[in-house]
Ligand binder design. Structure first.
Ligand code: FAD
Length: 398
């Protein structure tokens, strides 16, 4: 009896979500994303691409559905795991874009919820759900990428504050971010055991950034320099010298985020793009090789999606997938890279365009080049396979 009631409640919730989304999500926010400029990132220097984008963000914020599964006291929607699953499925079914893209939501938030003090949660989570603060990630350094625990940026204890000196690299959107979550060395004797996790304002005196240009012609990330940056002690997340545990936990969430790239709700289905570009003959795509590649890709993507859903079901609400996130990161990024390779093949000569409004300023070839970074960011493919070998397959390290 109880199960039936619960199912009925969930069915009612699905109806409610569906009707609300239909009524409130502008049609232009139900189209696949064309390029990076379609993402809304929020932050102090807020920029909307269109009135619809602004409206969509504002109605979702008023409904507390920017981060529907976070607790209500921090601006979340307080949805249960089942309700959140329904919410995401309806968003996907209707093709609704996410109202806000934020490293605060996908990376820092889960770490704050698990390791933050009540004061830190109140201060930072509420600003993340309100889209007020844009965060960046200060992990990698020139000599600490895969071997992250070799990082050298140091934070010296000065009583009520730390003084931070050092350099980060590949810091995505550091030049546009308001705050940074940053790994620092607070003990030079221990490797992992000497790392702490600090949060600070990018407007603090002594913080500077220098954009790095990519092969795609864009500069989505920077070198970030810290020169005698004063950080109040209350901005230490977790305990002193215990930042490595937080860093690893956050990485599992980052990998989940990266593995969901190429999600069908935000990108046009491959077969539709192919039909529009290549055309049909006798009801079939007029290129048998591409038709067969799209079929293979779509089967792999469907298998990936249901495996991801199954894995999510097996974990409790709010928990990370742990080592399994490495498997999903690896395979999800391979899928995204092959999706872009297929789009290039579908585009033919037009796919090679680099400039010109008729070719969307070369967005396709730029995205294709950008996708190569997927198997590096958030930990390289080789490192993910090492984790799968050791922690999932139980193979010996050496
Ligand atoms: C698009 C993009 C965005 C990024 N954004 C951020 C960001 O916002 N913040 C941030 O802190 N960092 C960011 N990074 C950095 C990213 O985390 C690092 O590039 C990554 O961890 C690899 O480090 P590395 O570049 O120093 O390469 P290295 O660690 O020097 O690796 C070089 C090569 O050696 C291989 N290798 C290294 N160790 C092993 C091993 N043990 N076993 C097998 N092979 C190994 C690697 O797989 C790789 O092929 C970003 C990177 C990219 C590409």
């Amino acid at each position: 009896m109880e199960t039936i009631d619960n199912n009925t409640q969930l069915e009612n919730f699905r109806k409610e979500v569906s009707e609300w989304l239909e009524g409130n999500c502008p049609m232009s926010m139900r189209q696949p994303l064309n390029d990076d400029s379609d993402y809304f990132w929020g932050g102090r220097d807020v920029k909307y691409k269109s009135e619809d984008q602004k409206k969509w963000f504002e109605v979702m914020k008023a409904k507390n559905w920017i981060v529907p599964h976070w607790p209500k006291e921090y601006g979340g929607g307080g949805l249960s795991k089942e309700e959140n699953k329904i919410f995401l499925a309806e968003m996907k079914r209707l093709g609704c874009r996410l109202p806000l893209f934020s490293f605060g939501i996908s990376m820092l938030g889960p770490a704050l919820l698990k390791f933050g003090t009540e004061e830190q949660k109140k201060e930072h989570l509420t600003k993340i759900t309100a889209g007020e603060i844009r965060w960046c990630q200060g992990y990698s350094e020139p000599n600490a990428g895969s071997d992250l625990a070799s990082l050298q940026t140091k934070a010296e204890d000065k009583g009520d504050h730390f003084v931070v000196n050092g350099q980060k690299v590949w810091t995505s959107y550091a030049d546009q971010a308001d705050w940074i979550f940053c790994l620092v060395r607070t003990d030079f004797e221990a490797k992992q055991g000497g790392i702490s996790f600090l949060l600070f304002d990018m407007a603090t005196e002594g913080v500077s950034t220098s954009p790095i240009k990519l092969i795609s012609g864009k500069s989505p990330f920077c070198e970030t320099f810290m020169d005698n940056v004063k950080v109040p002690k209350k901005n230490l997340l977790g305990e002193l010298n215990r930042g490595w545990t937080i860093a690893k936990y956050l990485l599992t969430h980052e990998r989940e985020m990266i593995s969901a790239m190429g999600n069908a709700s935000t990108t046009a289905p491959l077969h539709e793009t192919a039909i529009a570009s290549i055309g049909l003959q006798n009801g079939k795509l007029n290129d048998s090789f591409i038709r067969s590649d799209i079929a293979k890709w779509s089967i792999n993507k469907a298998a990936f999606d249901i495996t991801l859903l199954r894995a999510m079901d097996e974990f409790k609400a709010g928990q990370s997938l742990g080592a399994a996130s490495s498997f999903f990161k690896y395979y999800g990024t391979e899928l995204n890279k092959s999706r872009l390779e297929l789009l290039m093949a579908i585009g033919g000569f037009e796919g090679l365009a680099w400039e010109g409004e008729a070719f969307n300023n070369g967005q396709l070839s730029r995205s294709f080049l950008r996708s190569k970074g997927n198997s590096i960011e958030g930990g390289t493919t080789e490192v993910q396979l090492n984790i799968v070998a050791k922690h999932i397959l139980g193979l010996p390290s050496r």
